[in-house]
Design a protein around this ligand. Structure first.
Ligand code: FAD
Ligand code: NAP
Length: 494
């Protein structure tokens, strides 16, 4: 193409785009967690003509800020004030109770919107793949966290905390620490938080006294961060057990610590805790045991027909350097020991799930992408992108990172969208039905969505229920009641 034609082409695209800007670039963001809200906020700011609709399968917004962040971390939840300002923009709408997959398909969304940004997180679990993983009394941390945070999908989980005094948590990341803290913290302290009523009642009657936090690697590799570790170690009247012998470091450990301030701090805190621990717990005291260099080999159960877990067989491990990666892996030694328990929480990481028509990397558990642009598949050269389809948050990067990480992640995805519009890769010349189209489609399928003011009704109700008990809110934990509080009684859950 000659220079003039290129210039004409660019002018034409930019004319189309600017006329479209005044009409509306139709954008749909799927998922209203941090990644979804940051993306919507950035899109509205960067594209003054854009209309942005956010859909979520729940009647409530905010993703893991509501259903993941621990109830005793209210300061982390303040970010919802910022998110709540986004749908106040007249160019933005929230559609709760609308599930990608069952209420609306990906291809329907892509037909109705110029741009679809997937931000639906990671709502499944990594599996260990060891025998007995499905025994009664074994839960993923995700389910347990959803239960104590009042997610409507887990309000009936009802884990038995009364028939055992010992819980084993597999994994040593921040989620594992959250779960340990909730099990061990005095319930008088939890009672002032927004913990779900059913979970508080169950914890008040809990017999769990000992919690084992089991890591397949050593204290240098514990995946938690310093603030969260200090917090669990600081629980009132808690006996901490860390074996001094686990704290010896290899040259490879020293090298890892040299390169990571977080690992250094975590190791120092663990060492200090090990040095200052009394030799025995006082009678009746709750206990937290850090177990390093052990990986689960199988789950044990009693001979009766209850199918309940009675323990975990652990294999001792040693660390082996992966050449060039700077990472050491756990390798089994063939030596085993059994740890008795009546409750197991697997906290080994979350996992995203694909929907129909979406390219998905099953190995990594993410949507293949480059800077948020969805790749049709990872094996073709040249790379082929899915036009108008983008991804952000845990679905894009995998299940790691704090709330703020999703801000940078959203900036990157929105920058890719803007670049694609500027460069004519994305040419939204034809009008798309967007919001009106979605409403019609949902109507035709009998899906009645919960708008943002429906959520505001839920919010008001929860706060008023909470104020009666000196709690910031009493979460409504059942689908039917949530929809009723949103004035959507006749709505069916999606
Ligand atoms: C237990 C736990 C505790 C955490 N605590 C902290 C903390 O204290 N501080 C901190 O900074 N970070 C914390 N994090 C990390 C933080 O929560 C995540 O980084 C962040 O929530 C990821 O954002 P996201 O938007 O990608 O996913 P999510 O927050 O999971 O949001 C995904 C949204 O998509 C919706 N959705 C799912 N499937 C569909 C579908 N099919 N159709 C429509 N909608 C769908 C979900 O309902 C949800 O609202 C925690 C994480 C966990 C797991
Ligand atoms: N307060 C907060 O800021 C907060 C709170 C909660 C969560 N978060 C964030 O949310 C993200 C997710 O947290 P997470 O704890 O779910 O994940 P994570 O940090 O990735 O930790 C996962 C843990 O599981 C272990 N693990 C993984 N596969 C295993 C296997 N097959 N067998 C045994 N152990 C295995 C890991 O050990 P290896 O290291 O050996 O792989 C690690 O200890 C993190 O980024 C976290 O920081 C933040």
């Amino acid at each position: 193409m000659n220079k003039l034609a290129t210039l004409h082409g660019k002018r034409w695209i930019s004319r189309c785009y600017s006329s479209l800007s005044s009409q509306s670039l139709r954008v749909c963001v799927v998922g209203s967690g941090p990644a979804g809200f940051y993306t919507a906020e950035k899109m509205l700011k960067a594209h003054q003509g854009a209309e942005v609709d956010i859909i979520d399968r729940l009647p409530t917004p905010f993703g893991l800020v509501r259903s993941g962040v621990a109830p005793d971390h209210p300061e982390t939840k303040i970010v919802v004030n910022q998110f709540s300002r986004v749908p106040l923009n007249e160019r933005c709408s929230f559609f709760g109770n609308v599930s990608l997959g069952s209420s609306v398909s990906l291809s329907e969304l892509r037909e109705m919107y110029h741009v679809v940004v997937l931000a639906y997180g990671a709502e499944s679990d990594r599996v260990l793949g060891v025998p007995g993983e499905d025994l009664e009394g074994i839960y993923s941390a995700r389910e347990f966290v959803w239960w104590y945070n009042g997610h409507p999908d887990c309000s009936d989980l009802d884990p038995d905390l009364k028939s055992t005094d010992t819980a084993v948590i597999l994994g040593q990341g921040n989620v594992a620490l959250d779960v340990a803290r909730i099990l061990l913290r005095p319930t008088t302290e939890l009672a002032k938080t927004d913990i779900a009523e059913h979970a508080l009642a169950s914890l008040q009657e809990s017999s769990i006294r000992k919690v084992y936090l089991v890591g397949r690697r050593g204290p240098v590799q514990a995946a938690c961060t310093a603030k969260e570790l200090r917090e669990v170690l600081g629980i009132k009247d808690l006996y901490i057990n860390i074996l001094e012998s686990d704290l010896s470091k290899s040259a490879a450990d020293e090298e890892e610590m040299k390169n990571s301030r977080i690992q250094r701090r975590v190791y120092e805190i663990l060492s200090k805790a090990a040095r200052s621990q009394p030799s025995h717990p006082i009678s009746g005291q709750r206990e937290l045991h850090f177990v390093f260099f052990r990986r689960p080999e199988k789950f044990l159960h009693s001979d009766d027909s209850s199918g309940r877990v009675t323990g975990v067989r652990l294999e001792k491990t040693v660390l082996k350097e992966n050449s060039g990666s700077g990472r050491q892996s756990a390798v089994g030694t063939g030596q085993y020991e059994d740890l008795g328990c009546g409750l197991v929480l697997k906290s080994i990481g979350y996992k995203s799930v694909p929907v129909d028509g979406l390219p998905f990397d099953h190995h990594k558990g993410v949507v293949p992408n480059i800077r948020g642009r969805v790749l049709s598949n990872t094996h073709t050269e040249p790379l082929i992108f899915e036009n108008g389809l983008y991804v952000v948050g845990w679905l894009k990067r995998g299940p790691t990172g704090i709330v703020a990480t999703n801000l940078y992640c959203a900036e990157e995805t929105v920058a890719s969208i803007s670049e694609d519009l500027d460069q004519g890769v994305l040419t939204p010349t034809l009008p798309r039905p967007g919001r009106e189209g979605l409403q019609q489609l949902l109507d035709s399928k009998g899906v009645r969505f919960v708008p943002f003011n429906g959520w505001e009704q839920i919010d008001l109700k929860e706060k008023s229920l909470g104020s009666l008990k000196n709690k910031p809110r009493e979460k409504i934990t059942r689908w039917g009641e949530l929809l009723k509080a949103a004035n959507r009684e006749s709505v069916t859950e999606q």
